[in-house]
Design a protein around this ligand. Structure first.
Ligand code: ADP
Length: 488
């Protein structure tokens, strides 16, 4: 059969628009800070705009919290910790957490649509991944709340106190759930700061928490920018900092807490290897590559951004991958057929484009899908680079966009050495039909998570976190709970 041209392939894959409706969502024009169970105005009186990266249009005004607001929130959290939450029967705490999970489920569609509008991610992902997983984290940790002595047998289990939690823009609701659910289950109270570009679902979560009747001050949400986050980190009455974000800010946080009694967990950047061996099921592997780096615009800290393909199948895999890239639908995040939505912000798009230029200047060969990007909004076509060296900037540095580098290898030892030759150690993927090869690689790859014949799979029961410059501490599962308890 004659090989199909790119245009023919494209024609097969043209869909009619299938937009998710957004008329059911409830958003206010202006959001204040959620402190001590009330919506309060920021001390500075300042607000900033959060906008939709797919249209660049403003969605709402958001309070810009400063150190005085953070102080109020921490005081509220301390009071709630001392007087109510740490004293409450664990089974009662569990009821509140279950209630949050159930209300989130009831509002799942609204949360998914708002997540898309605020972050640019596609509805398919927000609806099928972010929101259900966020609910499941609350369900999962609610289950542990009255069983802490079974979670950590033969040890005395105590809560820590007030947790300051700072989260990024790539999985806004899910990151809030990852952090809040185990903290509450273990008896701690929380001051959460969402990322500046994606505050809306955390604010909706505050509404849900309010509706669930949580005692005032147990969860406080302070919106703002980096200085708001720094005010949380530097507050003298915070017992634990949980941060997910860039390695640069992670290092600042570590410096800021050095010499204090604050506990810290950091989930930072990544440059994860996705490894295709010659006996891999190649169709699935190509889907895994696409899922690993192109879906969600590459806005995943564990994105499989470095692809390693065994030399004898490399030409075939690259050809299959290019054909698949031509079928990817880039556009309106709210359309159910869209594979790749909008880049989260103008600044992030500029960063991605800067790296694409660096790749070209370094002499790598670039291939981009032949896609007409939407005229307004921040978009980037799926991009791959071949013919680079291990020392290329685009191989070494995290790009956080739909940009893949491809390198080949001959032997398993060679790929282990290449995959581990990075400052990061968050995740990796291995594709092979040979179980022994999976175990050989998974034990030797220096990454917090190694997926075999799949990629980007999450579950509340499984711990997630990194090595080296990808941070330390784990979230999810019992490991995630352990970060929020004192054991003796
Ligand atoms: P990204 O590059 O993913 O945006 P950042 O590390 O810049 O990651 O941001 C992640 C979160 O950290 C955001 O909520 C941001 O506002 C916050 N943040 C930024 N700078 C600081 C800082 N110096 N101290 C504490 N939090 C910060």
């Amino acid at each position: 059969m004659a090989k199909k041209t790119e245009k023919e392939i494209k024609n097969i894959w043209t869909y009619d628009p299938a937009p998710e409706s957004s008329d059911h969502i409830q958003l206010k024009d202006k959001y204040d800070l959620y402190i001590d169970g009330k919506w309060v105005k920021p001390e500075s009186g300042k607000y900033y705009d959060t906008s939709n990266p797919a249209s660049t249009k403003k969605i709402a005004s958001i309070a810009y919290g400063n150190d005085k607001d953070v102080d109020k929130a921490v005081r509220a959290a301390r009071k709630a910790y001392k007087n109510v939450w740490s004293k409450m029967e664990p089974s009662e705490r569990a009821k509140y957490i279950f209630r949050i999970a159930r209300i989130m489920q009831e509002r799942a569609r609204e949360l998914a649509v708002i997540e898309c509008m605020d972050s640019g991610k596609v509805i398919r992902e927000a609806r099928d991944v972010d929101v259900p997983l966020a609910c499941n984290h609350f369900f999962y940790y609610a289950g542990w709340a009255d069983k802490l002595e079974y979670a950590f047998p033969n040890q005395k289990v105590e809560s820590i106190g007030v947790a300051g939690q700072i989260i990024p823009w790539n999985f806004p609701l899910l990151m809030a759930a990852w952090k809040i659910a185990p903290a509450l289950a273990a008896g701690n109270t929380v001051v959460l700061k969402p990322a500046e570009t994606t505050p809306l679902t955390a604010l909706k979560l505050a509404e849900i928490i309010h509706e669930a009747g949580l005692p005032a001050g147990v969860v406080n949400v302070v919106t703002g920018f980096g200085d708001t986050g720094a005010a949380i980190v530097n507050h003298h009455d915070i017992d634990k900092i949980a941060f997910t974000g860039s390695t640069g800010v992670g290092k600042l946080i570590q410096r800021a807490v050095a010499g204090t009694n604050k506990r810290v967990t950091l989930e930072l950047g990544g440059k994860s290897a996705n490894i295709i061996l010659d006996d891999a099921p190649l169709d699935q592997a190509v889907e895994g590559i696409v899922n690993g780096i192109f879906f969600n615009q590459g806005h995943v800290c564990c994105a499989g951004s470095r692809l390693f393909v065994q030399e004898n199948v490399a030409d075939r895999v690259i050809q299959m991958l290019k054909a698949r890239m031509e079928t990817l639908v880039v556009g309106d995040p709210l359309d159910k057929n869209t594979d790749i939505g909008a880049i989260n912000s103008k600044e992030q798009l500029a960063t991605i484009n800067k790296y694409i230029e660096i790749g070209k200047k370094e002499g790598a060969d670039m291939y981009q899908s032949h896609i007409n990007l939407p005229k307004s909004g921040y978009y980037c076509a799926p991009t791959l680079f071949t013919n680079m060296s291990q020392s290329s900037v685009i191989v070494k540095e995290e790009i956080f966009g739909p940009v893949l580098t491809i390198q080949t290898f001959r032997t398993i030892d060679e790929v282990i050495q290449k995959a581990n030759n990075t400052e990061y150690g968050l995740a990796a993927g291995v594709w092979t039909s040979n179980g022994a090869r999976i175990f050989n690689l998974t034990t030797k790859l220096k990454a917090g998570v190694v997926w075999a014949n799949t990629y980007n799979r999450f579950d509340p029961v499984s711990p997630f976190g990194g090595y080296k410059e990808s941070g330390f501490g784990r979230e999810g599962g019992l490991h995630g709970l352990k970060s929020y308890v004192k054991l003796s």
